[in-house]
Design a protein. Structure first.
Length: 124
């Protein structure tokens, strides 16, 4: 599992670094929103694989922002997923309906880097 996460994180980092580009007209560094969305989805999938919890995109985006501003970009996907998982694994849950199935959600949001984490567990 660790090997899978490491390979997955390396691939995601390649995508996330590729999402940054400098606008030739303005010289301003921008972010490709499609590639950023792909990285967010990869973090959701990694968290689901690691701890059976799927954080919302808003939660993931907030955690990414905390890591990027701290300069910890090298292992972004793994760090974000691990931070989310270590926080939600022991949090109280309640039953909720997602689509046509009943899942366990957090009873109340928990925080990672000051970001409220919401989402649901795949199994618990």
């Amino acid at each position: 599992m660790r090997k899978f996460i490491a390979v997955f994180a390396a691939g995601a980092m390649a995508l996330s670094l590729g999402a940054c580009a400098t606008n030739p007209a303005t010289g301003v560094v921008g972010i490709d929103q499609t590639q950023l969305a792909n990285v967010e989805a990869q973090i959701q999938q990694t968290a689901a694989n690691v701890c059976q919890f799927v954080p919302t995109v808003a939660s993931v985006a907030g955690v990414i922002a905390g890591f990027v501003s701290g300069g910890a970009v090298v292992d972004l996907v793994n760090q974000a997923a691990q931070s989310i998982c270590s926080t939600v694994v022991s949090a109280p849950t309640v039953k909720a309906t997602v689509g046509h199935r009943t899942v366990q959600r957090l009873a109340s949001p928990v925080t990672v880097n000051g970001v409220a984490i919401t989402g649901y567990f795949l199994k618990k």
